[in-house]
Design a protein around this ligand. Structure first.
Ligand code: FAD
Length: 143
């Protein structure tokens, strides 16, 4: 599933605009196809998992990544799940670990088929950026 990156003919540099999840993961995906990738970000990027102006949605109830998204992220960025768990995120098996009350009563806690990673959006943002920034040919720059 995770095919090796192929060089893009005639392209040596790629530019991603914005260092949210999309821009950062795009930079990682492109890093094997070009000689260098620049991520242009207009916001200040904190050196810890902290709120930042450019990611205002992180302040809202925003604390879960379902397995489909996590698995997709893992294809692009190896070991990202382990890094999140090491940093304090929780892996909740679903529906086993879910408590949900409907008009018909409590949802049954069936054996797990999926999972979610529960943590702050700021932790996801920071962890992904830290892993991607470790690539020698990816550079973050102020827009
Ligand atoms: C209230 C709320 C709750 C949510 N809860 C969840 C949840 O629980 N789980 C989940 O998976 N998703 C959730 N989402 C969705 C999630 O926030 C978005 O899907 C995700 O943030 C999109 O990522 P992105 O990288 O495309 O954009 P963003 O995360 O918005 O990142 C955009 C980046 O681009 C930068 N930027 C913007 N303009 C420029 C420019 N001109 N030049 C340079 N840089 C620029 C910004 O500073 C920022 O760093 C929620 C969204 C909201 C609003």
């Amino acid at each position: 599933m995770n095919e090796p990156a192929k060089a893009l003919p005639g392209a040596s540099r790629a530019v991603a605009i914005g260092s949210g999840l999309t821009g950062t993961l795009a930079a990682q995906a492109l890093s094997g196809c070009v000689s260098d990738v620049i991520v242009l970000e207009r916001d200040y990027l904190p050196e810890r998992p902290e709120p930042r102006k450019g990611l205002p949605q992180a302040r809202h109830g925003h604390h879960r990544f379902y397995s489909g998204g996590v698995n997709a992220m893992e294809i692009i960025l190896d070991k990202v799940t382990d890094r999140l768990l090491d940093a304090g995120a929780h892996r909740i098996p679903l529906p086993t670990g879910m408590l949900a009350y409907f008009p018909q009563g409590w949802y049954r806690r069936w054996p797990a088929t999926h999972f979610l990673i529960a943590c702050s959006r700021d932790l996801v943002d920071f962890t992904v950026r830290e892993l991607v920034a470790a690539e020698t040919n990816i550079h973050f720059s102020k827009a």
